[in-house]
Design a protein around this ligand. Structure first.
Ligand code: 0A1
Ligand code: ZN
Length: 867
């Protein structure tokens, strides 16, 4: 039951948007960091906004004590404070407002606003954290020039940072000191940042395309300096890439990155002072996996790219979040694709979209890329806004072609630099630069749900013509029925019966509900390679036979579709075994043998082969089934793996041996590909969890000179009942107990174990001295790892998995509402599971909803999930 004194969660609607009544011309902030409290003085020059209707100045503010308010230097008492807002009626056309308030960063466990992470002061203002620092119009369309003074004890906090350039610094009495920072580019308050701490600095420089020198600084805790070189290299590559690919130069003389251990998300793009979760900065072969190295590179790029897509051009309101996030994810994906293997990255991105975004789009929390309403904006930092949003940009890139797309982004930056704009404004630039009508395309932004695209084919031998018929359909989603047809780019190629490409990639534009395309002068029936590169975020249903798929798997020129053909065959195979555990799958098993032979002959890209040898994950398989039963999927998937192992044991062992570590460690795509292949093979070889498997995994661990190999070995031992499991986990902990990010891995690798005693393990991990409910990384390492990456035990028929998560959500609700709300996600798709599982999931959600003093964050996701 919600208690009476809880503030009723309020829904905010896009249709209610009105311009801010006042503009902030100049913001001067002064922070006095004192033991037990921080005094914030904000002096803001306001002018009436001619576009704003109201004459009242309404400022947002939370969790602070107002010490004084003055207008033009005179004390002001004529204001009201209620429901997190200060209202000053009719303050005049132009005036300066000075507000002094007191906040308590040490008590801030929500990690929004100004808080402390291991003693370091840092801020997180996106989306609505600035209101926890001072009273202000906390909305992204109020842009202002910020000058910030920070004062603190010089010994405890030698580093004092804010946005922009350092203007002044000096010593004060009583061992205190100060700095003054000025950012000449107007920005919304969500991009404000402050850091004060005892940190070490790693420095480098970058010379921009016009020859300006930019200082690059990464700040970390003492001892972590040696783990910053990958992040620094990634930053320099990002700066260069944005110049080369988008013509975008960095505008200031300094770019700072600060790494903190306590952070709700991955990182934050505050102008010239990016604040990062340590997990996305620190990387060293001993402590970081290949996937960590890739994430660091991608997220460093992502935050840097926000400098133009987010900061220089920002969002008018939070319904436009995907304007910056979708575009910036697309940019970071392309950056990583240019630096590494494009096909591999596309496979990984699409896999993640299918595993995490498709379920969201099919759940009660489905929302469009430009949503119409929300209660808590922090609940909308979703896979839909980020990853589906990126797919929308990618489709526009596909429709326009690279050159016109670049013209359109140039136009966008020219038109809107220094402005706060909408997704409609972005698409209009695409339309204006290309001369195309994209109004139908814009429906992608407004309609939630994953469309289905059915394709059937017909060959007319007499006419030598081939016809493809496309039928698109959109599922109903909460609040949306009777959807309209979408503008879908379908990249298509045709192969002949020998696997020779007879039509290179060609983009078809499907706009009608049903549409046909005919290809002429084809002497034989071709095999179509449809949706190359996953050219649209749809569920594709084709009439391709297993033989067609086998041909594509071997001959397609599109790396993504080559992989996709194999995955579709694997999916069909697993579904056959689910229907009949004795089903004859010998053809599929033989096909896997061909892949292994290819690997032994040293043909093809190892990273791609690794992915080809990996069966679809349980979460992906579930997307294709009407009712999800994770245990049944797992049983069929494991049976297929066991059959692969028993048929190809020697060849697999030889492939493992052929890909042993030789030479010194490196993170080139080739070296990562070799490790990925060895990992994929080891996973099959250890699938039966017997004594041989355990000694194999232990040997892999003992031979490891890097974290990727260690984690691979631990993952392969995780489900095991053999004594080597405990030995290896104990050794791992002993070696790395002083590295929090590695201890996170130690928690996760145990939480994903599909074994009987998992609930005892989880209880033991929860009460382990290293567990800390206030640290989001540690919470994720236990709970998110379990709920997302251990589908069989999370969905245990006893309901114990759900109860484990439920208790943590309730506990975290009072500590960190954002993290608590995120942890509800694995329960929201409850309607997709078997009736028995549904009942348990629903009961867990209901128990959370019945918790007193529920935060609006948790209330929104739980109440909508239950709808
Ligand atoms: N804009 C950041 C993500 C971010 C969002 C919210 C945060 O705190 C609640 C923190 C970071 C990005 O896209 O990287
Ligand atoms: Zn972002």
């Amino acid at each position: 039951m919600r208690t009476e004194n809880a503030v009723a969660p309020k829904t905010i609607y896009l249709k209610d948007y009105t311009p801010a009544p006042y503009l902030a011309k100049q913001v001067n902030l002064s922070f006095n960091l004192l033991p037990g409290k921080t005094i914030v003085t904000s002096e803001v020059k306001y002018v009436k906004n001619s576009a704003g209707a109201s004459h009242d100045l309404v400022l947002d503010g939370e969790d602070q004590t107002i010490l004084s308010v003055a207008k033009n230097g005179q004390p002001l008492s004529d204001y009201t404070v209620a429901d997190g807002q200060m209202t000053i009626a009719n303050p005049g056309d132009e005036f300066t407002l000075t507000i002094i308030s007191e906040i308590d960063p040490a008590a801030n466990t929500a990690l929004e606003g100004l808080y402390q992470s291991q003693g370091t002061y840092c801020t997180q203002c996106e989306a609505e954290g600035f209101r926890r620092i001072t009273y202000y119009q906390d909305r992204p369309d109020v842009l202002s020039v910020f000058t910030v003074r920070i004062e603190a004890d010089a010994k405890a906090y030698p580093v004092l940072l804010s946005n922009g350039n350092l203007q002044d610094s000096g010593k004060l009495a009583d061992g205190r000191h100060y700095t003054v920072w000025h950012d000449p580019f107007p920005k919304p308050c969500y991009l404000f940042a402050l850091v004060a701490g005892d940190l070490e600095r790693v420095a480098d420089t970058f010379t921009t395309m016009t020859g300006r020198k930019v200082d690059l600084h990464i700040y970390v805790r003492s001892g972590d300096e040696s783990q910053c070189s990958h992040a620094m290299e990634s930053l320099k590559k990002s700066m260069k890439w944005d110049e080369e690919v988008y013509g975008r130069e960095y505008q200031l003389e300094l770019f700072n990155i600060v790494a903190v251990s306590d952070f709700n998300m991955g990182a934050m793009e505050n102008t010239s002072l990016n604040i990062f979760n340590t997990a996305l900065v620190l990387a060293h072969q001993e402590t970081a996996t290949d996937s960590d190295f890739m994430s660091v590179e991608g997220v460093i790029g992502h935050e840097y790219f926000h400098n133009w897509t987010g900061n220089r051009v920002t969002c008018r309101d939070w319904f436009q979040l995907s304007l910056k996030e979708g575009f910036t994810v697309f940019r970071d994906q392309e950056f990583s694709a240019d630096l590494n293997s494009r096909a591999v990255l596309r496979i990984d991105d699409v896999n993640s979209l299918r595993r995490l975004q498709f379920p969201e789009d099919g759940s009660p929390l489905a929302h469009s890329v430009q949503p119409d309403q929300f209660i808590e904006i922090s609940n909308f930092y979703t896979k839909t806004i980020y990853d589906k949003g990126a797919e929308l940009i990618r489709m526009q890139h596909t429709l326009l072609g690279a050159e016109t797309f670049r013209k359109a982004t140039d136009l966008y930056f020219d038109r809107y630099d220094g402005h706060a704009v909408t997704c409609d404004d972005f698409v209009q630039c695409m339309a204006d630069a290309s001369g195309r009508d994209l109004s139908q395309f814009f429906r992608w932004y407004k309609q939630a749900g994953t469309p289905t695209l059915q394709v059937s084919s017909q060959y007319d031998a007499a006419q030598q013509s081939y016809t493809l018929t496309f039928r698109q359909s959109q599922p109903d989603t909460p609040g949306q029925t009777d959807k309209q047809s979408l503008h879908i780019p379908v990249a298509l190629g045709l192969l002949d019966a020998n696997g020779k490409e007879i039509l290179p990639t060609h983009v078809l534009e499907v706009t009608a509900r049903e549409q046909t395309f005919t290809f002429i002068d084809l002497p034989g029936k071709p095999v179509p390679s449809i949706l190359r590169g996953f050219s649209a975020p749809v569920k594709l249903e084709t009439d391709l036979s297993d033989d067609d798929l086998r041909l594509l798997q071997v001959h397609d020129t599109d790396g993504f579709n080559k992989w996709e053909a194999g995955q579709t065959l694997a999916l069909r195979t697993i579904q056959r075994v689910m229907a009949d555990s004795q089903a004859d799958i010998s053809q599929f098993i033989a096909d896997v043998g061909i892949l292994i032979e290819q690997g032994l002959a040293g043909r093809g890209d190892k990273a791609l082969l690794a992915r080809a040898l990996s069966l679809p994950m349980i979460g992906v398989i579930g997307q294709y089934l009407p009712v999800i039963d994770p245990a049944a999927i797992d049983a069929a998937r494991t049976s297929v793996l066991k059959q692969i192992k028993s048929a190809h044991k020697e060849a697999l062992a030889a492939l493992y041996d052929a890909n042993r570590n030789t030479g010194s460690f490196s993170i080139t795509p080739e070296a990562m590909g070799r490790r990925a292949l060895q990992h994929a093979v080891l996973e099959i070889l250890t699938t039966t969890n017997g004594t041989g498997c355990a000694s194999r995994s232990k040997a892999h661990y003992d031979a490891a000179d890097n974290m990727t190999d260690r984690v691979t070995a631990l993952a392969c031992l995780s489900d095991s009942g053999q004594p080597q499991r405990a030995e290896v986990f104990a050794d791992f902990y002993a070696r790395f107990k002083n590295y929090p990010l590695v201890v996170d891995k130690w928690f996760s690798l145990q939480a994903i174990a599909n074994r009987e005693q998992i609930f005892n393990d989880l209880a033991m991990l929860r009460s382990h001295p290293d567990f800390n409910i206030k640290n989001p990384n540690r919470v994720r390492s236990l709970y998110t790892a379990f709920a997302i990456n251990n589908p069989v035990k999370f969905h245990d028929p006893s309901g114990k998995g759900y109860a484990f998560l439920r208790d943590a959500i309730i506990e975290l609700n009072a500590i960190n509402p954002q993290i608590a709300a995120r942890m509800v996600m694995p329960l929201r798709e409850w309607k997709r599971y078997t009736p028995a599982l549904q009942a348990h999931m629903k009961a867990a959600l209901q128990a959370v909803l019945d918790t007193p003093d529920l935060s609006s964050d948790v209330f929104e996701v739980v109440s909508k999930s239950l709808n």
